[in-house]
Design a protein around this ligand. Structure first.
Ligand SMILES: [Zn+2]
Length: 220
């Protein structure tokens, strides 16, 4: 057991993460122990709760969330449960956007597109345009966006640095990113908004696959 969330608001946030994990697991977007979700704590945005590493995402409870410091990505209190291995990516998103919740999943269409659009060893930008669902991403201009596809380096920290560098320079970009051959990360103001945006991005990737048109990818 990691910790018992201290306030009613913390406990509610932890339960919300457990419920959301189960929903996405049952949808097939977090197979096995894969995927991770985090949320900033309502009473202290410098702290976040994140799903513990190596746990079945269909069986998480509020006690399976680990509190981390958003400035360092480290667990606030040492305990038996370790924070998700991909905590550094969540923290990179928090530090460079106004996000309050981040979800990483292996939803099938986003993962297929992350496989097909990948440029080995380099950041790539995938053009997504015209589809009505772009309006669900909260973009300034919903006509088109460039979805970044990052190399899936074995060192998560290296991915996190590249994510932070790109997001800091691209404030008008979409609230999501792809990891080559791996999956998708999306974020928003709340776990609900992050989930909505994840759903829109997964659906856009599904439409790209079903339309069978060539993916428009540029190397950065
Ligand atoms: Zn993953």
């Amino acid at each position: 057991m990691s910790r018992t969330p201290s306030t009613a608001a913390d406990r509610q946030a932890a339960q919300q993460l457990a419920d959301l994990s189960r929903t996405l697991y049952e949808r097939g977007w977090m197979p096995g122990t894969s995927g991770n979700i985090s949320v900033r704590l309502p009473d202290d945005p410098d702290r976040a709760l994140i799903t513990a590493s190596g746990r079945d995402k269909g069986e998480l409870t509020a006690q399976d969330m680990v509190e981390v410091d958003v400035r360092t990505g480290r667990a606030s209190r040492p305990g038996r449960a370790r924070p998700s291995a991909e905590t550094a990516i969540h923290v990179a998103v928090y530090r460079t956007t106004g996000a309050r919740a981040v979800i990483h999943a292996h939803s099938p269409y986003a993962t297929v597109v992350a496989h097909r659009a990948a440029v080995p060893g380099a950041l790539a930008l995938l053009k997504v345009e015209r589809f009505e669902l772009l309006k669900g991403l909260g973009l300034k201009d919903p006509a088109a966006t460039d979805l970044p596809v990052f190399p899936n380096w074995p060192q998560v920290q290296r991915i996190a640095v590249e994510v932070a560098t790109h997001l800091a320079a691209d404030a008008g970009g979409p609230p999501g990113l792809l990891l080559a051959d791996h999956g998708i990360t999306a974020w928003g103001d709340s776990p609900g908004e992050a989930k909505n945006r994840l759903e829109c991005l997964e659906s856009l990737c599904q439409l790209l696959v079903l339309s069978q048109s060539e993916l428009r990818v540029s190397r950065v």
